[in-house]
Write a protein that binds this ligand. Structure first.
Ligand code: MG
Length: 251
């Protein structure tokens, strides 16, 4: 098993939290690296990676499928979110004018560590570098109107990512929650995933090659709801931490 570490991306580079001591990361994140000089705990964070693509899974928790009035999918339901939608922890989600309801979706996101093409389910977890939190922000009215996801999921700022990459965690039973203005609105565990992480990676890699740094966001549990300007939304995942973003209107 990989050592449990939390890796933060800062304007000065990557920083590793090893047992509460922060050190610079020297070398290649997805290759050979070692912990360098001790540094203070990072304050300004960037999104932990800039992936070539974000592969999202729709309706991957039974309770969320039920709240959307949709049948359980027989196969993983995939869609892509553009990497241009990514924002850092603390950066504002911007509500576009005139699009109606915009929802938060708290999700556990997988960071791919090495190139994965047609990998078996048995090998799939060896392609995982670590985990992070993602908010799959969704313009719900547009999603229903368009009948496809590109516009509804693709606006700038609709993919908050972070606060770090946690390595060495099992995805069998991680608590995931969403808090709106401090109030818990979503609360579940990755044990409730319809298609677990190994199944997802094997499935996706039969369609498209996953590259180091790519994100697979595993879907959201029940309890989604609308965002308003002035809100603060937090995605919290056990072992990773909190991804906290304010919300503002476009002006
Ligand atoms: Mg989602």
């Amino acid at each position: 098993m990989t050592t449990m570490r939390r890796i933060f991306r800062t304007p000065a580079g990557y920083v590793v939290d090893a047992d509460g001591v922060y050190r610079t990361l020297e070398g290649d994140l997805f290759g050979e690296w070692h912990a360098g000089a001790e540094v203070p705990a990072p304050t300004t964070l960037l999104a932990p990676v800039m992936p070539s693509k974000i592969v999202c899974i729709g309706l991957n928790y039974k309770d969320h499928a039920a709240e959307q009035g949709k049948p359980l999918p027989a196969e993983p339901l995939l869609f892509l979110k553009p990497s241009s939608a990514i924002i850092a922890p603390g950066e504002a989600i911007v509500l576009p004018a005139g699009v109606g309801r915009v929802d938060y979706e708290s999700e556990v996101a997988v960071v791919i560590g090495r190139r994965a093409t047609k990998v078996s389910e048995a090998d799939a977890l060896s392609y995982v570098f670590g985990l992070t939190c993602m908010n799959d922000v969704t313009a719900r009215d547009l999603q229903k109107k368009d009948g496809r996801y590109t516009r509804a999921k693709g606006f700038d700022t609709f993919a908050p990512l972070g606060p770090c990459i946690a390595t060495g965690l099992s995805t069998d039973d991680l608590a995931v929650s969403g808090l709106l203005n401090g109030e818990v609105r979503q609360q579940s565990s990755t044990r409730e995933l319809i298609f677990p992480v190994a199944t997802l990676i094997a499935y996706i890699s039969r369609i498209m090659t996953l590259l180091p740094g790519d994100i697979v966001s595993t879907g959201t549990p029940a309890g989604i709801g609308p965002l308003q300007a002035g809100d603060e939304i937090v995605v919290r995942v056990q072992g990773i931490g909190e991804l906290r973003n304010p919300v503002r209107s476009d002006s």
